[in-house]
Design a protein around this ligand. Structure first.
Ligand SMILES: [Zn+2]
Length: 183
């Protein structure tokens, strides 16, 4: 079966930067709904469209087509007592950029440095400003179910799990290459 709109694609991948430093080894394959549902990067969909099981390739995706350029304006320094304890580098908080206007979306800020009474928070995506090299190999292609198409995501193994009636489509852990890993 060829990869086309409304197919579910299982793809093994490795993610590295443009210098081939491994970022993610993809032990678990990525399983996504193909066809512009923003389940994965558009450049990956473009590369795999029309391909079949067994297809393998390596693509490089520039920051502008992935997580954007690094924006120094999104780095801010906060007084430590404004943040919860215990505090560690790498922790993430939802917050607003300093120059936020009404209606702006909150960003995820990552703690990148802690001094005595100050904390450096970086609102850039951890992969911002990095050209990403994906090594891809298609493992399976199947037709999506009507329910998957209606929800805009994959169900079942490796897919979206519904814990209860509430359909919370956001905030799934991991999968940093997703176009909208955070909300
Ligand atoms: Zn669903």
């Amino acid at each position: 079966m060829k990869i086309a709109k409304d197919t579910v694609v299982t793809v093994h991948y490795k993610l590295s930067d443009a210098q081939d430093n491994l970022i993610e080894d993809g032990r678990e394959p990525m399983v996504y709904l193909h066809g512009g549902y923003e389940n994965t990067l558009p450049k990956i969909e473009e590369e795999l469209d029309g391909k079949e099981t067994g297809y393998a390739s390596i693509i490089q995706v520039e920051p502008e087509d992935a997580f954007g350029e690094y924006d120094p304006a999104l780095v801010k320094v906060e007084a430590r007592d404004r943040l919860p304890e215990p505090l560690e580098v790498g922790m993430q908080f939802e917050g607003m950029p300093d120059d936020a206007e009404e209606g702006n979306d909150a960003l995820i800020f990552t703690v990148t440095d802690i001094a005595d009474d100050k904390v450096v928070l970086d609102g850039n995506h951890p992969l911002a400003g990095i050209a990403l090299r994906f090594s891809l190999k298609v493992a399976e292609v199947r037709a999506a179910t009507e329910e998957e198409i209606a929800h805009g995501h994959v169900h079942g193994a490796h897919g979206h799990q519904h814990d209860d009636e509430e359909d919370d489509d956001e905030g799934e852990a991991g999968d940093q290459f997703r176009t909208h890993p955070i909300h």
